[in-house]
Design a protein around this ligand. Structure first.
Ligand SMILES: [Fe+2]
Ligand SMILES: [Fe+2]
Length: 291
């Protein structure tokens, strides 16, 4: 049964499903809420997209409030290499203080992740056959989503909870924020997101779509990533920004909306090059030849 309830206290860790905790930080001023997640399985734990350096105290406080012993954190998973998820690696390594701690990402991410002054062993997902196994037999599976938004981006599926952790994919900007996305059935056919048929003050859909237009490099990258997600037997989508999508109809709606989204990344800057001499290779050759 879902644990999702209203009136959540964001100063506490929030259990999304049994043993899976949101340990993020709610900042009304930032507009970019970061959502690290902790999975606890018996005496082991894994932290996904652990967060930035400035957010470390709040994240670590929530990790401790779950009751986990930090030394039992076996792995830190980073689904790409940005500082908003990797910035606190040295702080986490200090507190976890476990020589067997492993940092898991994709090999092209690891080229950058090592520059966070990492001292733990770095593993790439292909080296571990795209799976992380707890001693209980529980598995996390990794699926590559290239260029959504980093070349080495991937998503992580926990088959026990049915949660797919998606990093920036399904993320959102926005000062109005709730941990769990709330859509109504009227949202699915809404003609104008700026004029809510339910007269709500805030619609989360424009922020979610605009985030993908800004962050994902192209519509093709977004389409391919949604096709990867569509193959996973998920029941909940947990992104690193924005809100957790936990209702089947909402998941289907958001996936379709993103798959059909126009003007993503460089696509919105595409222009007609015919007759444009100033930026052409032929124009460049002519000018070089004149020197
Ligand atoms: Fe990112
Ligand atoms: Fe991010």
């Amino acid at each position: 049964m879902s644990r999702i309830t209203r009136n959540l206290n964001y100063s506490e860790p929030i259990e999304v499903e049994e043993g899976v905790f949101w340990v993020g930080f709610c900042d009304d001023e930032s507009g970019l809420h970061c959502n690290p997640y902790l999975i606890i399985d018996n005496d082991e734990a894994v932290l996904i997209d652990g967060g930035s350096r400035p957010e470390f105290p709040q994240v670590m406080m929530k990790v401790l409030k779950t009751g986990v012993n930090p030394h039992h954190i076996r792995a830190l998973i980073y689904q790409h290499f940005d500082p908003d998820l990797c910035g606190s690696i040295p702080n986490l390594e200090n507190i976890i203080s476990n020589k067997d701690l492993r940092i898991i990402s994709e090999k092209s991410n690891n080229v950058f992740i090592k520059h966070y002054y990492v001292t733990s062993g770095l593993l790439s997902i292909d080296e571990i056959d795209y799976k992380f196994k707890f001693q209980s037999g529980r598995e996390l599976s990794f699926y590559k989503t290239p260029y959504a938004h980093a070349p080495g981006s991937f998503v992580t599926f926990d088959s026990k909870s049915g949660i797919l952790f998606t990093s920036d994919l399904f993320g959102s900007y926005g000062k109005e924020w709730e941990l769990f996305l709330t859509l109504e059935k009227e949202c699915f056919n809404c003609a104008d997101y700026n004029d809510c048929p339910n007269k709500k003050d805030y619609c989360p859909i424009p922020d979610l779509l605009n985030f993908h237009k800004e962050v994902i490099p192209s519509g093709e990258a977004l389409k391919q990533a949604i096709e990867v997600v569509a193959k996973v037997p998920l029941s909940i989508i947990a992104p690193q920004h924005g809100s957790i999508i936990h209702k089947a109809d909402d998941i289907a709606f958001v996936c379709e909306k993103l798959f059909k989204l126009d003007g993503v990344g460089i696509d919105k800057l595409a222009h007609n090059r015919a007759g444009n001499d100033s930026g052409s290779i032929e124009g460049l050759k002519r000018r070089l030849a004149q020197k």
